[in-house]
Design a protein around this ligand. Sequence first.
Ligand SMILES: NC(=O)c1ccc[n+]([C@@H]2O[C@H](COP(=O)([O-])OP(=O)(O)OC[C@H]3O[C@@H](n4cnc5c(N)ncnc54)[C@H](O)[C@@H]3O)[C@@H](O)[C@H]2O)c1
Length: 349
Amino acid sequence: MPGKKVCIVGSGNWGSAISKIIGQNVKRSNRFDPIVNMWVFEEMINDRKLTEIINMEHENVKYLPGHKLPKNVVAVPEIVEAMAGADIFIFVIPHQFIGRLCDQMKPHIKAGAMGISLIKGIDEGPEGLKLISEIIREKLEIEVCVLMGANIANEVADEKFCETTIGAKNKQHGQIFKELLQTPHFRITVVAESDTVELCGALKNIVAVGAGFCDGLGFGDNTKAAVIRLGLMEMVAFTRIFSQGDVSSATFLESCGVADLITTCYGGRNRKVAEAFVTTSKSIEELEAEMLNGQKLQGPQTSAEVYKILKKKDMINKFPLFASVCEICFHDRPVKDFITCLQNHPEHM
Ligand SMILES: NC(=O)c1ccc[n+]([C@@H]2O[C@H](COP(=O)([O-])OP(=O)(O)OC[C@H]3O[C@@H](n4cnc5c(N)ncnc54)[C@H](O)[C@@H]3O)[C@@H](O)[C@H]2O)c1
């Protein structure tokens, strides 16, 4: 039987790091086709196409400089060409682009294809919360797992040991993705509570913005620990209220929960930009453009989506950390109020 063909949809910092793992793993297993297409949003870098640079020099010089990608990972600028014959899709693009891309993919999806989303974010639909995996599931009519964890892309690319979590409603698919993605440096636990895993990945980015505010304001490690704890309480409460599936405390103890929350509140781009937001007084949009070289921020946008959902349900007061991050980023609320919100948090009342 021919091996399953894998297509990576996305080629930013995380997409490129995961392509290193996938390119190596498909060569080791006869379950997968040894050639992996990677869809690349085409850009010109010093008068050369990014796809051409990746295919000739095997390096994504813009989003993961300094790392060689396996030669069997082929950069393709057209999504329809990249996905031709694919059985397995790895979705790894900033969440704001997923809907439009799925619309382009829909007519070309192979029967029986499956996907996994590495995308951290949420959307706000007419009925409230909309998960990114749900958007993909509905638009492409395929089954979708998720992968979230304490996985800063550059460290994964450096093969520094870490853990991650796959959320799989379909157990068999979870095992296929584990085989495709696990390495000695990247250890995977598969759990059934896919929606909880995905919400952890999205919501922790809001908390990281709060952690960055505290750094910018000159607070210390005790304050950051409080942000992490109160942020976790809001993540759990939000997931319990808005998730359709089961929500157990144990899932928050997986890499996708506490571990990812900690790493993002210390490392990561959301914390970094939020700190600069305080120290420079520039807008989030300006800082994203200035500091991230084309990479996208997820925390502020996710806070805005969460805010709309909370407002509709009249629940802003129950989630002061999430709400104040949005109000500070987008509604001109003074950043010092973030500390006041922590001091008056319902957890202390
Ligand atoms: N970087 C990490 O450490 C990390 C770790 C875990 C999860 N994630 C998640 O992975 C997802 C992808 O992030 P990333 O770090 O790979 O990307 P990135 O932020 O590094 O790069 C942005 C990407 O968006 C692409 N892009 C720009 N405009 C576009 C458009 N109009 N349509 C489609 N694509 C466009 C760019 O070409 C680039 O590939 C995000 O949801 C992120 O939260 C990132």
